[in-house]
Design a protein around this ligand. Structure first.
Ligand code: DLL
Length: 436
């Protein structure tokens, strides 16, 4: 029997007044708890001259100091833990590619809430207990696999815990078990789509939806994956520090991602001044977790750039929506003084018929920046004629210049020469050592 569990109408469709009442009550309790249990927070709040009795509701949120990734690194590993260790059952961790690892802790209650958030995302993508959910996000320290796996369990769907990689096996299970929902990074979805078509197995798959996130992807990439796999592709967002995937997710309307704001209060700030911006303005996303036991974070700066909207969504959910991250305030490339987002380059590539298999290489010589985009040709474009390839390269140079306002060198490479990713794609190789 088909069951539509975890479309939590009470919370996801609550009135604004009700949501503010829940958020305020939960915020007050969380602030009190961290102040009393976590010396790191107490010190930070004391330094900012704020005490728990100053926080009466979300109208006082702005009084609290921000928390950054540097705080998490300073407090590594146990310094921000708000529960005794014996109450914790799980850790997850970021990859630590840009510095010391960040470790997040969970009680069983925290795991349950996190999985419920992921179940809501699956329901919003049309998932029910009758679905077969193939999870090819990595399992282990990365939150992608465990989060969607737990959400799928909660929903009562048959869950295929594939983890990432081994594309042959992924496709075999997808076909044999009739997977209907695919969960992985968008770059891996694009690779799977390519592999399925190459093997002539497109008509053997039963997928209807995909839940793709953990990295930036464009609308063009969405359409490409949707067309190749014959599915509807949904975005899902989250970060390890604030529990993992499922902090926000798309509904079928696909005009932004609904934030599970009964668990996470969202603010958007000016990344330079810290000033809180009104809905509709672009800035850095800041989260305060208000239901977590082990690792609640107050006003955590995500570095993700977004815009919030509270316009009524046709799906009936009343929760605030965020746009896809429009970049990161810290991984934005500044090349020759110009701000460049990798997503802008991807848009140009997909709009001009190239696949999303590319790498951006930035170098600096004699104090001058150089940006080169290496991009694969499709088999149809591939040619031995040097003049044909160089004409294509010139065309792409012009299209990139029109988008970015700067010259980017372009190198077209043969199909299948850029390394495929099974997890988050490594799109940018910045050799300038700007932060060394
Ligand atoms: O990537 C959690 C996740 C797993 C989300 C699976 C969705 C699906 P982290 O490894 O801690 O956690 O990386 C978090 O990834 O701050 C964003 O910059 C980026 N990110 C996550 N989801 C999206 C998305 C997981 N849908 C960081 N679009 C975040 C763009 C995303 N960027």
């Amino acid at each position: 029997m088909k069951m539509e569990r975890y479309y939590d109408r009470e919370h996801e469709c609550a009135s604004r007044e009700q949501m503010i009442a829940w958020q305020s009550e939960r915020l007050v309790k969380t602030v009190e708890r961290v102040y009393n249990n976590v010396p790191y927070y107490r010190k930070k709040m004391d330094e900012a001259g704020v005490r728990p009795e100053h926080i009466h509701g979300i109208e006082d949120l702005h009084l609290l100091p921000f928390l950054t990734k540097d705080d998490l690194r300073d407090a590594y590993p146990y310094g921000l833990l708000a529960e005794p260790l014996e109450n914790c059952v799980r850790i997850q961790s970021t990859s630590g590619t840009t510095g010391r690892r960040v470790v997040a802790f969970y009680t069983q209650h925290d795991v349950d809430l996190w999985e419920e958030c992921c179940a809501r995302a699956l329901v919003a993508a049309g998932g029910t207990n009758e679905d077969v959910v193939q999870v090819c996000y990595g399992y282990g320290l990365f939150t992608g696999g465990p989060g969607l796996n737990g959400g799928s369990h909660k929903l009562g769907s048959l869950t295929l815990p594939m983890s990432s990689g081994n594309t042959d096996r992924q496709i075999q299970f997808m076909v044999d078990l009739g997977a209907t929902i695919l969960c992985c990074t968008p770059s891996y979805a694009a690779y799977l789509a390519e592999s399925i078509i190459e093997r002539g197995q497109r008509d053997q798959i039963k997928l209807k939806a995909g839940i793709f996130g953990a990295e930036a992807w464009t609308e063009e990439m969405r359409h490409d994956i949707e067309e190749k796999l014959g599915i509807k592709a949904y975005d899902i967002y989250g970060l390890t520090e604030i529990s993992g995937p499922g902090v926000s997710f798309e509904c079928s309307d696909q005009k932004g991602m609904h934030i599970n704001e009964d668990h996470f209060i969202a603010e958007v700030i000016n990344p330079v001044t810290g000033e809180v911006l009104p809905d509709g303005e672009k800035g850095e996303l800041v989260f305060t977790s208000i239901t977590k036991e082990a690792f609640p974070l107050l006003r955590y700066r995500t570095r993700d750039i977004t815009i919030l909207s509270r316009e009524q969504c046709p799906c009936g959910r009343t929760t605030v929506r965020m746009t896809k991250p429009l970049g990161r305030s810290d991984d934005m490339l500044i090349v020759k003084g110009v701000n460049v987002f990798p997503s802008q380059i991807e848009t140009v590539l997909l709009n001009t018929g190239y696949p999303a298999n590319y790498q951006i290489i930035v170098t600096r010589e004699n104090n001058s920046d150089r940006i080169e985009v290496q991009v694969e040709m499709t088999p149809e474009m591939f040619s031995d004629s040097l003049s044909e390839v160089s004409a294509r390269e010139k065309e792409l140079v012009n299209a990139l210049k029109a988008m970015l306002g700067i010259y980017c060198a372009v190198k077209l490479v043969a199909p299948k020469t850029i390394e495929r990713s099974e997890g988050k794609a490594k799109r940018v190789i910045d050799k300038r050592n700007l932060y060394a």
